[in-house]
Design a protein around this ligand. Structure first.
Ligand SMILES: [Zn+2]
Length: 258
């Protein structure tokens, strides 16, 4: 069975056919989904969806790209919300260094505060990193964060990959790997230990090759796995099995959701 370790099935683009997609996924052996939080306002909907669909496991947090309009005091509610709603991780949190993102000091304040909540709840984190692998690595290391997690949509170098792995993280590998131009990522995934990565789609974004411009869904997880199977010369069945085990190791409370 496959697990999509990162997809935004709570987004309103899935409101019309969420149940249908989940049914189809089940037929294609995509059986479980981790849905990371992006905005404070979305947490309640996530919680309701997780009660409606047992195959959805939630993480809660505030995404660095969507900080505009977020209030810092939401972070004060995060710990309590996670304690009263079943949570597999804090996320997605991190740094998004991009022209229209908020200044890095604001992003860092949100990141550090959420990381310290993960620490106090002994929960792993789902990291979002754009142009910020090295800063985030330093932050994690300096804060002696012990609970690991996943670096979502990893597209860094071999050295950056090894640093996160040393800290107990797995790398989230998604649609990027299906493009032959993704030479750096292909090189990294080829050499990785099979215990060090998980599959993801980041639906509705990050389309796989050949489906650009379409809404991405977790139904494309087997396409990601197929590309990895060609790169690593391993059977798709082994990849599905091993990556599901990896998800269970890094997000131990997910097992309760099965
Ligand atoms: Zn995401």
């Amino acid at each position: 069975m496959y697990i999509d370790s990162h997809c935004h099935l709570d987004f309103s683009v899935f409101d019309k056919d969420r149940g249908d997609i989940l049914k189809k996924c089940h037929h294609h052996d995509v059986r479980h989904f981790i849905v990371p939080g992006t905005r404070f306002k979305g947490w309640e909907k996530q919680s309701i969806l997780s009660q409606e669909y047992s195959s959805l496991s939630m993480a809660y947090g505030i995404h660095p790209y969507f900080l505009n309009g977020e209030e810092f005091r939401s972070i004060d509610l995060l710990g309590g919300f996670c304690e009263s709603n079943f949570t597999v991780a804090i996320g997605e949190i991190g740094l998004d260094i991009w022209p229209n993102s908020l200044p890095i000091d604001i992003q860092l304040a949100f990141f550090r505060a959420q990381l310290s909540i993960a620490k106090s709840l002994k929960l792993p984190v789902i990291l979002h990193a754009r142009r910020s692998y090295d800063i985030l690595y330093k932050e994690l290391k300096n804060s002696h964060f012990l609970y690991g997690g996943a670096v979502h949509g990893f597209s860094g170098s071999w050295v950056q990959a090894q640093r996160f792995i040393e800290l107990g993280f797995v790398l989230g590998i998604g649609g990027n790997i299906t493009y032959t131009r993704a030479k750096k990522s292909i090189k990294v995934i080829k050499e990785l230990n099979s215990v060090d990565y998980v599959l993801e789609t980041d639906s509705p974004d990050m389309p796989v090759f050949g489906k650009q411009g379409e809404r991405n869904t977790p139904l494309n997880i087997p396409i990601v796995a197929q590309s990895i199977s060609e790169i690593r010369q391993e059977s798709i069945k082994d990849i599905a099995y091993q990556t599901s085990i990896n998800v269970g190791r890094v997000f131990p409370s997910i097992v309760k959701g099965f």
